[in-house]
Design a protein around this ligand. Structure first.
Ligand SMILES: [Zn+2]
Length: 242
């Protein structure tokens, strides 16, 4: 039985290592996913800003058209002015011309405001584009690095999995089944030592009789609290940790 327990302890060690490599993998890929999502969001902000700048330019151009139309209307009216005979009509037309000129000067003020908003928006877009390309560069460097790390991790993982499978072959089938089942249910840990009568999986005390039996190592014992397979661990281990 001692031999079987030793096999499981070895298996657990390998499983733990496999688990930590896998967890590094998933952290790295989650980090990359987050960075890519951030990049996509940034791209959308940039697009929105560009759409706004386009709209401002359109508005500016339509102001330009209005001013031009008004100018040609003013010209026509000034032309007519020369042919007018009565003072009343003359004054009325003059007033219309003044009105159009006033309107144009208002539109021109609006155009100036548009220009400064366009300028500001374009500066903003340029800065954001720079930032975006820096972020992209940074992300691609990070991806390159993590790809290298992943390559090394995969090799190590393959070695560990081979080792685990080799060790598992020597294990008792039913015991192995139990170990794998508990391990999957209990956060990747299926076998734990009991030190000073305390299960190191759940930190609960196991019954004294069970602790005594555990030392003899003649049968498989299960922690009554966390259901993990337990084995007797040297009490000094707990002391040395303190
Ligand atoms: Zn326990």
């Amino acid at each position: 039985m001692k031999e079987q327990i030793d096999i499981l302890i070895k298996l657990q060690k390998t499983e733990t290592e496999i688990g930590s490599i896998k967890s590094v993998f998933s952290h790295v890929s989650a980090k990359t996913d987050r960075a890519e999502a951030g990049l996509a969001e940034f791209g959308q902000i940039l697009e929105a800003e560009a759409a706004m700048a386009d709209q401002l330019k359109k508005d500016y151009r339509s102001c330009e058209v209005n001013v031009r139309d008004n100018v040609s209307m003013i010209e026509k009216k000034e032309e007519t002015l020369r042919t007018i005979r009565t003072n009343q009509e003359y004054q009325a037309l003059l007033k219309e011309i003044e009105g159009l000129k006033k309107k144009n000067s208002q539109i021109e003020d609006e155009m100036l405001a548009y220009l400064s908003r366009i300028e500001e928006s374009e500066k903003n877009i340029a800065a954001k584009k720079d930032e975006l390309s820096n972020l992209k560069l940074q992300l691609s460097k990070e991806k390159e690095e993590s790809a290298k790390e992943a390559e090394a991790g995969k090799r190590k993982l393959a070695e560990l999995e081979f080792e685990r499978n080799t060790v598992a072959k020597a294990a008792d089938t039913n015991l192995l089944k139990r170990f794998m089942m508990v391990k999957d249910l209990k956060g990747g840990i299926g076998i734990v030592p009991v030190i000073n009568a305390v299960c190191q999986g759940c930190n609960m005390n196991i019954p004294p009789q069970m602790y005594n039996d555990l030392h003899r190592c003649d049968s498989v014992k299960i922690c009554p609290h966390c259901q993990r397979i337990i084995y007797w661990g040297k009490p000094e281990e707990a002391d040395s940790e303190k």
